[in-house]
Design a protein around this ligand. Structure first.
Ligand code: FES
Length: 156
């Protein structure tokens, strides 16, 4: 009986998840839904060369971590406690950074992230802005620490 209950519960959860995903597909691009469900580059990084955490006006936080070699981003990861679109935007921002020079990554704007995501509803565009601002500030942190390595040593 308990097994039957669990199976019914599992089925109910599965149906709810399918319904939520189908609703999301009506509102967001396939790129957004895919990155929300299977985010790339998610996670913290040990001893990053550049890092920044920003809390957006919505109250959600994004962190971006960078590994830089010879002026090029060789790895970028992110964490967020925000919405599905902030997950998609953080995933896209870090993907757009990997492999590029520091100078090029400074040009990854909210508009670039929105374009690559296939757009967002106007009320969600601030999630892309949070990702681009966090990426830019992580680059600035890298540049500051390059000039003054003591600053990196004070990080916790
Ligand atoms: S980041 Fe806060 S609503 Fe998307």
């Amino acid at each position: 009986m308990a097994g039957q209950d669990k199976s019914d519960l599992d089925k109910m959860v599965e149906e709810m998840q399918t319904s939520i995903i189908n609703d999301a597909r009506e509102t967001f691009s396939e790129e957004v839904v895919n990155r929300w469900l299977n985010p790339r580059n998610i996670g913290r990084m040990e001893n990053p060369d550049g890092v920044c955490s920003i809390r957006g006006p919505c109250g959600d936080t994004m962190e971006i971590f960078l590994r830089v070699r010879d002026g090029r981003i060789v790895n970028a990861t992110f964490m967020t406690d925000g919405c599905g679109t902030s997950i998609a935007a953080g995933s896209m921002a870090t993907d757009l950074a990997i492999g590029k020079t520091v100078e090029k990554v400074l040009k990854v704007s909210k508009e670039v992230i929105l374009d690559e995501l296939g757009g967002l509803p106007e009320e969600s565009e601030h999630c892309a802005l949070l990702a681009s601002n966090t990426l830019r500030e992580a680059i600035k942190d890298y540049l500051t620490c390059e000039k003054d390595p003591w600053k990196r040593s004070y990080r916790t």
